[in-house]
Design a protein around this ligand. Structure first.
Ligand SMILES: [Zn+2]
Length: 697
C-alpha cells in the first residue's frame, strides 16, 4: 500500500460552495436518510473491531499461503453470519515465493547479515510465528557479488547526480534508501543503469530513531526492522497483462513479463550500516547524508557485498489467490452497484496494513446488514470486497476488475477503498473530485474519537485553514492501492480515507496486534470511526434519488490543472495553444452548474422511477467519458486521463497525464494532439451532463 506520508499532496483547498442539505435527495428523502445514517453511524463497535483485528492479525498472511485461506474463510463466515450473500473468486497468478534470501559483506571482514527481524517478547506474534522472509516481491532469483555503490533514494535525479560525479553502478551492487519513490521504480532505475543487484534499506533519518522512539518502546522502526514490498511496476498478474487470470487464461512467457531481472532485497538500517560505513570515494552532496552515525560516501567500494536469492519461479510460480465479496441487494435499483473494499493480504501479521482496512469493511458490512434485518434495505446494491495479493502489485483487485469489467463499467456507481486506515489520530481523505463534497459532508456527521466534534471539525482544525471559505486538502488518486483498477482502468469514481500517525512498522513483522493496541489505535476507535464513515458513505450513495456526484467541484479542479498546463506551455515558449482544452473544461463547469440547478429544482417535484433511472444511467457516463480505450501512450492499461501515478515515481500523482507526460518529454506536437483529444473527451462529459439535465427539466 502507498504510504500516505509520501503522497505528494498536489491539490489545493477548494472554496466552499453553498449546497442543498443532501445533494441528490428530495427534502423528505433527505430527512429519512439523515435518520438512517445516524442509526448506521452508531452501530460499529470498537470492541468488535478489536476482536476482528486480533483474529485476522494472529499470524503472518502473505498471499499464496494457507494463512490466506484462513482469512478468506473468516471474512466469509462473518459476512454469512450477518446475513449477507457471499462469493469467493479465485485467480491463479504468477507469484514466485522466496525459498532463501541472504546478504553478505564479503570484503572487508566477511560477515553474513542477519535478515531476521527477531522476536520481541511482549509482541507475542513475533515470538510465536516465523516471519515472512526478508524479500522484495518479483525481485529476480540470482547470486551476485560486487562493489557497493550508495545511490541515495535511487531516483532518476540521484543517478544523474552520480553521473556528474563520474560514479557508475554498472556491474556493481547498488544500495538505496527507501522513500521518495515507489520501490519498483528504484529497482527499474538500478537495473537500467547496469547494477547487478539492489539492496533497499530503511534509513533512520526517514524511518527510524530520527523520527521517534523505536519499537517496542515507541512506534518507530527498530534497527533490525525490515520493509518488505513488491518491486513490480505494472498492476496485476504479470502473466496476464490486461486480462483476467482465470483458470484457462493464456499466459505470457516469463521473458516478456514486466518484472525486474536483477535480485533486489530489503534490509534493516542495522545491517545497512555494515555495508555503508566502510564505503569511500567521493564526498556526497549534503542531502544524501542519512541518519546513521558516520559520514556517508558513494563508493564504489571498497566494500563488497553478495546477494543470493532463490525462489520457486521455476518449480511452482503459480499460486491461487482469493477475493471475497459480501452482497446486499438493493431494493429499488439492484443493478446499480456501490462497492467498498480493502486488501486482506499482508507481509506479516499486518494489523495496520491491511487488517485495519479489512476490519473497517467488515464493520460497515455488519452495520448495514443489521439495518437490513431491521427492515431498512438500501435502494442500490452494496458490495463489500476483500482483495488478495494487493501487496504484490494490486493482483486480486486488478484481476477482478479485468474479469468483471463489462458489468462494472455499466453499473458501478462508486468504489470506496480502505487501506491502512487506523494508525493514529490524523484524518485524511481523497479520491475523485466528484466524490469529495460527499465525503466532507459525511465526515460532518461522524463524531471524532477525540470528542472534539465531528471528524470534519477536527480535520479542519488540524488543517489550520487561513480562511473559513477553504476546505481541508484532499488527496488525488495516484497509485498504490486497490482503487487503481476501478479508477485508472475503468473510470469509476473512487474515494478513500483513514487515520494516520507516527508509524515505523510498515511491511514489517512488527505490524502486529501488539503494535496496534499499544500505539496505532489502542481503543480501536479509529477502526470503528473509519467504518462509520464507510457505512454512511455507502448509504448516502446507495439511497440517493439522483447520484450525488459533484461535477462542479470536479470541473473547477480541472480548471486549475488546465491553468498549470498553460503555464508549462508558456515556460517552454511553445506556440501550441491550450485554448481548446480550457474552453472544454469551462463548458463542463457550465453544464455541471446547470445540472445542479435542474437537479435541485426537480427533486422538489415528483420524478418517476423511470426518469430517475435514466438520469442516473446518464450521470454514470460522465466520468467514463474521460477515459480512452487505448490508455496512456506510456501505459495502455491506464485509461483514465484525469489522474495517474507518475511513471517516474510511482507514488506521486500526475494530473491530466496524457498531456503532462507529453509536456515532460518536450513533445510539442504530442502536447497539441493530446490536448485536442482530452478536450474532445471533456466535451463528451459535458454532453452527458446536458443529457442528464434535459431528462429532468
Ligand atoms: Zn496496504
Amino acid at each position: 500500500m502507498i504510504r500516505r506520508l509520501l503522497v505528494l499532496m498536489l491539490t489545493l483547498a477548494v472554496p466552499v460552495r453553498a449546497q442543498t442539505v443532501a445533494p441528490g435527495y428530495s427534502p423528505e428523502a433527505a430527512t429519512a436518510e439523515r435518520a438512517i445514517e445516524a442509526d448506521v453511524i452508531n452501530r460499529p463497535s470498537p470492541a468488535e473491531a478489536a476482536a476482528q483485528s486480533r483474529f485476522l492479525s494472529l499470524q503472518p498472511h502473505m498471499a499464496g499461503t494457507p494463512a490466506q485461506a484462513r482469512t478468506r474463510d473468516y471474512v466469509i463466515s462473518q459476512m454469512k453470519s450477518w446475513g449477507l450473500e457471499t462469493e469467493v473468486r479465485a485467480y491463479k497468478v504468477w507469484m514466485p515465493h522466496p525459498i532463501s534470501t541472504r546478504v553478505w559483506r564479503i570484503s572487508p571482514d566477511p560477515i553474513e547479515l542477519n535478515l531476521q527481524e527477531g522476536p520481541i517478547p511482549e509482541d507475542t506474534t513475533s515470538v510465536a510465528y516465523p516471519q515472512v522472509p526478508a524479500f522484495n516481491g518479483y525481485g529476480a532469483a540470482g547470486d551476485v557479488r560486487g562493489e557497493v555503490v550508495y545511490v541515495n533514494y535511487g531516483l532518476i535525479e540521484d543517478y544523474a547526480q552520480l553521473d556528474s560525479m563520474h560514479v557508475s553502478v554498472k556491474g556493481k551492487i547498488a544500495i538505496a534508501r527507501y522513500g521518495r519513490s515507489y520501490r519498483g521504480i528504484k529497482a527499474r532505475e538500478a537495473e537500467k543503469h547496469g547494477a547487478i543487484g539492489l539492496i533497499i534499506y530503511s534509513d533512520p533519518a526517514d524511518d527510524g530513531y530520527m523520527r521517534g522512539d523505536v519499537y517496542p518502546a515507541g512506534p518507530m522502526r527498530p534497527s533490525h526492522g525490515i520493509q518488505r514490498g513488491s518491486v513490480m511496476n505494472p498492476n496485476g498478474d504479470p502473466s496476464t497483462p490486461g486480462y483476467a487470470s482465470t483458470e484457462n487464461a493464456k499466459r505470457i512467457p516469463t521473458s516478456q513479463m514486466e518484472i525486474p531481472r536483477i535480485p533486489v532485497l530489503p534490509i534493516s538500517y542495522g545491517n545497512a550500516a555494515e555495508l555503508l560505513r566502510g564505503l569511500s570515494g567521493n564526498s556526497i552532496p549534503q542531502p544524501w547524508q542519512g541518519g546513521l552515525g558516520f559520514r556517508y560516501h558513494v563508493g564504489p567500494g571498497p566494500v563488497q557485498a553478495r546477494i543470493a536469492v532463490t525462489t520457486d519461479a521455476t518449480t511452482n510460480p503459480y499460486k491461487e489467490i482469493w477475493d471475497t465479496f459480501g452482497v446486499i441487494r438493493g431494493s429499488d435499483y439492484p443493478d446499480e452497484i456501490v462497492m467498498i473494499g480493502g486488501h486482506r493480504d499482508a507481509w506479516g501479521p499486518g494489523a495496520a496494513d491491511n487488517v485495519s482496512g479489512t476490519v473497517s469493511v467488515l464493520e460497515a458490512a455488519h452495520a448495514i446488514a443489521d439495518q437490513v434485518k431491521a427492515g431498512k434495505r438500501p435502494k442500490r446494491t452494496i458490495v463489500f470486497a476483500t482483495w488478495d495479493a494487493e501487496e504484490w502489485g494490486l493482483l486480486g483487485s486488478t484481476e477482478y476488475v479485468e474479469d468483471d469489467s463489462l458489468r462494472l463499467s455499466k453499473s458501478a456507481v462508486a468504489y470506496l477503498n480502505q487501506d491502512d486506515i487506523a494508525q493514529g489520530p490524523n484524518f485524511s481523505a481523497g479520491g475523485s473530485p466528484s466524490l469529495r463534497a460527499l465525503l466532507r459532508d459525511v465526515a460532518k456527521e461522524v463524531p471524532d474519537p477525540s470528542h472534539q466534534g465531528s471528524v470534519y471539525d477536527v480535520w479542519r482544525k488540524r488543517a489550520n485553514l487561513t480562511a473559513d471559505s477553504l476546505e481541508p486538502q484532499m488527496g488525488d488518486p495516484g497509485g498504490g492501492s486497490d482503487f487503481a483498477g476501478f479508477y485508472n482502468h475503468l473510470g469509476i469514481p473512487i474515494a478513500d480515507w483513514g487515520f494516520g500517525g507516527p508509524q515505523g512498522v510498515y511491511h514489517s513483522a512488527y505490524d502486529s496486534y501488539h503494535w496496534m493496541s499499544k500505539f496505532g489505535d489502542p481503543g480501536f476507535e479509529f477502526h470503528a470511526t473509519a467504518a462509520r464513515i464507510g457505512a454512511a458513505m455507502l448509504l448516502r450513495i446507495a439511497n440517493s434519488d439522483i447520484l450525488p456526484y459533484d461535477y462542479v467541484e470536479f470541473a473547477r479542479t480541472m480548471r486549475r490543472f488546465g491553468g498549470d498546463v498553460d503555464r508549462a506551455i508558456a515556460d517552454k515558449h511553445w506556440k501550441v495553444s491550450s485554448a481548446g482544452l480550457t474552453s472544454a473544461i469551462a463548458g463542463m463547469e457550465a453544464a455541471a452548474v446547470a445540472f445542479d440547478d435542474a437537479r435541485d429544482r426537480a427533486l422538489t417535484a415528483q420524478l418517476s422511477k423511470e426518469t430517475l433511472k435514466n438520469v442516473n444511467a446518464t450521470l454514470l457516463e460522465v466520468e467514463r467519458q474521460l477515459t480512452r480505450p487505448h490508455g496512456l501512450v506510456t501505459r495502455p492499461w491506464f485509461r483514465n486521463l484525469i489522474y495517474a501515478s507518475d511513471e517516474n515515481n510511482g507514488y506521486a500523482t500526475m494530473v491530466l497525464p496524457s498531456v503532462n507526460e507529453a509536456v515532460r518529454v518536450g513533445d510539442e506536437s504530442g502536447v497539441a494532439k493530446e490536448m485536442a483529444d482530452l478536450a474532445s473527451r471533456f466535451d463528451s462529459a459535458t454532453r452527458a451532463l446536458q443529457r442528464a439535465t434535459a431528462l429532468i427539466k
